[in-house]
Design a protein around this ligand. Structure first.
Ligand SMILES: [Zn+2]
Length: 197
């Protein structure tokens, strides 16, 4: 889902200095613990969760804590971009599956859900039958390449995820038919909201 990020919270004000120190320690071959600098760790998690209504920023699974552990993801990985370790725009709430799939991988063309130009439909389409996320072939060559990279790096069609999406889609359709769920009103308690908007 497209994310609209509020301005950087004050408790991250030290980000530049922390990033510099973090990078330096890495350079020295030490293993600095990046979150130690952030006194308001829980607050950061809460603020990132608010941004996504507690969904994973990349696969949109929900609720994170119960289904798939909540982690904080560095869009540009700390291993290659240690100076960006505390940059607000580099931090995302993420499920463990997406984080493990991505690891330290990063490509310049990877799609960022809080980027101004980002729209799900511009890059992707859903195959509702199989649950696969597919590249929108109406997009430009570059857009298609970006979609492809994003699907691969976050493993969006791996780990049985297409089936989970297809099953969820059918379940929601059923609940709506029985009037137990209102797709518009209840959207934020659904996983994979991009299938329902
Ligand atoms: Zn995820």
């Amino acid at each position: 889902m497209k994310l609209t990020r509020p301005p950087k919270p004050a408790y991250l004000d030290g980000y530049k200095e922390w990033g510099r120190k973090y990078a330096l320690k890495k350079q020295q071959g030490l293993k600095p613990k990046w979150h130690k600098k952030i006194k308001q760790w829980e607050r950061l998690k809460k603020d990132l969760a608010e941004l996504t209504a507690d969904h994973c920023s990349f696969c949109d699974s929900y609720p994170l804590a119960a289904k798939n552990k909540q982690t904080i993801e560095h869009f540009r990985p700390r291993s290659s971009y240690p100076k960006l370790a505390y940059v607000w725009h580099n931090l995302f709430l993420c499920c463990e599956t997406c984080q493990t799939a991505k690891g330290d991988d990063f490509k310049k063309n990877l799609l960022k859900p809080d980027a101004e130009e980002y729209e799900f439909n511009r890059y992707f389409i859903v195959n509702f039958k199989t649950g696969d996320i597919e590249v929108n072939t109406r997009g430009s060559k570059k857009d298609q390449e970006r979609a492809k990279i994003t699907i691969r790096i976050y493993g969006l069609n791996s780990y049985g995820r297409p089936k989970a999406r297809a099953d969820h889609y059918n379940w929601v359709k059923n609940q709506v038919r029985k009037k137990k769920l209102n797709k518009d009103k209840d959207i934020d308690i659904l996983s994979y909201r991009f299938m329902f908007v």
